[in-house]
Design a protein around this ligand. Structure first.
Ligand SMILES: [Fe+2]
Ligand SMILES: [Fe+2]
Length: 209
């Protein structure tokens, strides 16, 4: 898939998730949808910052202003995501924050797909876009799954931080998945066993912060 198609597909996926979360009153559904939105947007933003934007800056002379503005919008989006990640739908600010996030992302996507993609199409041929798409698809597999608003967002820092954050996020997701899948320790289990069971989660989340 070429780079622009890949990004557009991500944009449509996120727009669909926003439609769903803004159209429901069920708190459990909001909770599961915000998790998906956090993951989709974190991966998408990281791939753009690590691969797409640097390639565009190299290939397109007059894209500099658009890319810098896009990075600032990503910065705002990642902060809002990091706040939403710590909230629940019971919080009185949850719905308002989701709405503002949706408005910010919608504005950002519109600018990307009109102004930035137009410049890219003018300066990059099909072969270059296909190659870039392949690099982005590979980056998606290891990109961070949670927002890291304090991490560098331009090379070379973004590349190094992105790999580290991606590995830590994926370890954290795996540990959380395991914690959900494993039955709770039986009553009467020794204190030591409980401590061992709790240790990996604590270690990963401390490291992440
Ligand atoms: Fe973007
Ligand atoms: Fe995008």
């Amino acid at each position: 898939m070429n780079a622009l198609m890949l990004l557009k597909t991500d944009h449509r996926t996120v727009a669909q998730l926003f439609d769903e979360i803004l159209g429901t009153n069920a708190k459990s559904k909001k909770q599961s949808l915000i998790k998906k939105i956090v993951k989709e947007l974190s991966v998408h933003a990281a791939v753009e910052e690590q691969v797409f934007y640097p390639a565009v800056r190299d290939a397109v002379d007059d894209a500099e202003d658009e890319v810098l503005e896009a990075l600032e919008e990503h910065h705002i989006v990642k902060w809002v995501l990091s706040e939403l990640e710590k909230m629940t739908p019971d919080d009185e600010r949850f719905d308002a924050k989701v709405k503002v996030l949706c408005e910010t992302v919608t504005h950002h996507v519109k600018e990307e797909e009109t102004k930035l993609f137009k410049l890219v199409r003018k300066h990059m041929d099909h072969r270059a876009l296909d190659e870039l798409g392949r690099a982005m698809a590979a980056a998606k597999k290891v990109a961070p799954t949670h927002p890291h608003p304090r991490a560098p967002d331009a090379p070379p820092g973004s590349f190094v931080a992105g790999i580290g954050a991606g590995l830590i996020d994926r370890a954290r997701d795996a540990v959380r998945g395991l914690a959900k899948a494993e039955p709770r320790p039986r009553r009467g289990a020794s204190g030591r066993a409980k401590k061992i069971a709790a240790k990996p989660t604590a270690r990963v989340s401390n490291h992440q912060r």
